[in-house]
Design a protein around this ligand. Sequence first.
Ligand code: SME
Length: 324
Amino acid sequence: MMQTITNDKKEKYSSLLPIVRSLMEDENDDIAKMANLAALLHQEFGFWWTGFYRVQCDELVLGPFQGPLACTHIAYGNGVCGTAWQQQQTLVVPDVEKFPGHIACSSESRSEIVVPVWNNGHIVAVLDIDSRELGTFDEIDRLYLEEIVTYIYGPERDIWFAAGCFWGAQKFFKMVDGVTFTEVGFANGNSKNPSYKEVYTDTTGHAECVHIRYNPNVITLNELAELFFKIIDPLSLNKQGEDEGSRYRTGIYYSDNQDFKTLQAVFKEQESALGSKLMVELLPLQCFYTAEEYHQDYLDKNPNGYCHLSQEIFKLAKELRRRS
Ligand code: SME
């Protein structure tokens, strides 16, 4: 009997893999991808709770899920989810009552599996699945779910560019071949979930920033960083075009330490070419908060809106597109 259940489970996961792959390939938005993945797994296996917690700076925040209401914030190292994040590994919990520190969002949950979701060498979320039965999850679930979550991000990588006003910077990078997704937001400041108005006061420490996702098989980080230097004045501190303030500082923020060396080499080249100290930050990304919807793709929505970048700059992006 046990053998049959095991084989059924394997077959079910195997038949889901191509569906998951195409669902993930056809979508760029992380939340949308996680939402459909949670729905698919939940529906196919009839779990009690299936969903994601996303890493937001120093904690996990509830993401797309299916099932009953759940707790919204989990600290690093807390519960099964926070422990899987801390230990950087999948945790299979056959009996939640025997897991010290388990967070009981629902008293009905008896067993659980938590699988870290990696992107750019970092855990960016966890997939959490709960069952009302004891011992529901095993090695088969671990293996298949670990594979399934790799489809969320695929080979794509992320980098964050602060290049002055984020409206023009987003418009520019959207035109570059190999860039598959962009969003504007606020990076490396001190306040949580800041609004544009708050950042505008220049007291939050956040920089206007464009989050860029790219396919490294089409454009390299090195090439992207060189393009970044073409659209900024790297010798100007806290001022790009007419925009002044620390929120308009320039910087490249990375989430994978492996990227540091590549970027450092580009910075060194730029510095020796200019013969002067760069006023550009090169730092790990500490946090990024997406800006309000009306700031996303602002210059597509408002073609005559303010843009600190010249038309020449956009010609360059078009030019590159033609050559590739
Ligand atoms: N049980 C989890 C909390 C999330 S709920 O299961 C949805 C934990 O201990 O981390």
